[in-house]
Design a protein around this ligand. Structure first.
Ligand SMILES: *Cc1c(COP(=O)(O)O)cnc(C)c1O
Length: 387
């Protein structure tokens, strides 16, 4: 059996895979078992921050593998402490809990908010407000947080205590906060899976204001928007707000599984020994990779990310068959006249890998993609969208 056949027989069919087997890669270029090369504008869903086989990252990971791959969280390890220090210094957050994925990073954010509510407002102040079209993960609790009914069906009952309100509707938000005993508001500043929608500044300002007035924990889910993706280290930095909790994952590890929940002043003491944990959390190999990634997300590098984002917008805006471009930085949604899926398939045939989010074509290129390679891919996208 070849890989396609084996996968179909033995792997749980939770993914609608493309008929492509990846066998290798370098930077933004991936190789398929068909012998063809592809320009990767998906980065393993915003994970491969510096593309495939980035030399510095590989060296950092290998060096740690040669020392030791894992120990338990009963002992101290320097990659864990160093990475936590870096994250706090770059964000102003006070301490960090490490896990292995975005859903887990959000689970911890939710636990922090619930405990804050219970201790400071009362046991019945457990409701968390999230937005319609949001995506926060696949565990039962993060599914409950996810404001998309179609993900919920047949998995009921979910964790209780989540209410959803439409993005960018300030009145509805106020009403929702008033009508529920809340402990937190949780948002993606740019909704990823929900269609690459950046929230309005005014709406975000209102959320920050409400959180302050009502003593609510403001959670920024930066699993996808974080780690330089939007042209700032974290997307909340575009909006001039200070969340109480920032969760992240995807691009942080640069290709290895790593989740982080950063806790601000209000909740920095919310966990005491025994209240949370993760066997693999802060894995030294993953943390070493993350240190190599974070240390290169300098202001200068992030400016280049914004320049490339501008290049994408300049090239695609107003092109035949393209209605509008959404998103922030190198997290880009393209509303096409043609079905998004049709565009994706055309691009793949021409050697460019792109994603979808709802009815949009979604681009999440490696942040270090060369401008020439990016331009080449954009020409093919334009061709694919043309009516
Ligand atoms: C991908 C994603 C998650 C879930 O992350 P996993 O690592 O798949 O658990 C949560 N929130 C957002 C905003 C995401 O984009």
């Amino acid at each position: 059996m070849n890989t396609f056949e084996k996968d179909k027989q033995f792997v749980a069919p939770t993914y609608a895979r493309f008929p492509l087997e990846i066998t290798g890669g370098k930077g933004a270029i991936l190789t398929g078992s068909d012998g063809k090369e592809y320009i990767d504008l998906g980065s393993g869903i915003a994970v491969n921050t510096f593309g495939a086989c980035d030399e510095e990252w590989v060296n950092a990971v290998k060096a740690q593998l040669d020392k030791f791959a894992h120990t338990s969280n009963l002992y101290y390890t320097s990659p864990c402490a160093d990475l936590a220090e870096m994250l706090c210094n770059r964000t102003g957050m006070k301490n960090v809990f490490f896990s292995n994925s975005g859903a887990e990073a959000n689970e911890t954010a939710i636990k922090a908010a619930r405990r804050y509510g219970a201790l400071n407002k009362g046991n019945d102040y457990y409701t968390i407000v999230t937005l319609e079209k949001s995506f926060h993960g696949r565990t039962h609790t993060t599914l409950a947080a996810t404001g998309q009914e179609n993900f919920h069906k047949e998995f009921l009952p979910l964790t209780e205590g989540f209410v959803h309100t439409p993005p960018n509707d300030i009145e509805k938000l106020r009403e929702t906060v008033q009508n529920n005993k809340c402990c937190a508001i949780m948002i993606e500043l740019v909704q990823g899976e929900g269609g690459v929608n950046a929230l309005d500044q005014k709406f975000v300002d209102e959320i920050a204001k409400l959180c302050k007035e009502q003593d609510l924990i403001l959670i920024a889910d930066e699993v996808q928007t974080g780690n330089g993706r939007t042209g700032k280290l974290y997307a909340y930095m575009h909006y001039g707000i200070t969340p109480d909790v920032v969760s992240t994952a995807k691009g942080l590890g640069g290709g290895l599984p790593l989740g982080a929940t950063m806790l601000g002043e209000k909740v920095k003491d919310i966990f005491t020994p025994g209240l949370n944990g993760s066997t693999f959390g802060a894995n030294p190999v993953c943390c070493s990779g993350a240190i190599s990634i974070l240390s290169r997300l300098t202001d200068k590098f992030l400016e280049e990310v914004s320049e490339k984002a501008q290049l994408v917008r300049d090239t695609l805006s107003g092109a035949d068959g393209i209605e509008d471009i959404s998103g922030l930085g190198l997290m880009i949604g393209i509303k096409t006249v043609k079905e998004a899926k049709e565009v994706v398939n055309y691009c793949m045939e021409r050697g460019v890998l792109v994603l979808t989010a709802k009815d949009r074509v979604r681009l999440l290129p490696p942040l270090n993609i060369e401008k020439e390679v990016l331009s080449k891919a954009l020409e093919i996208i334009k061709e694919a969208c043309k009516l």
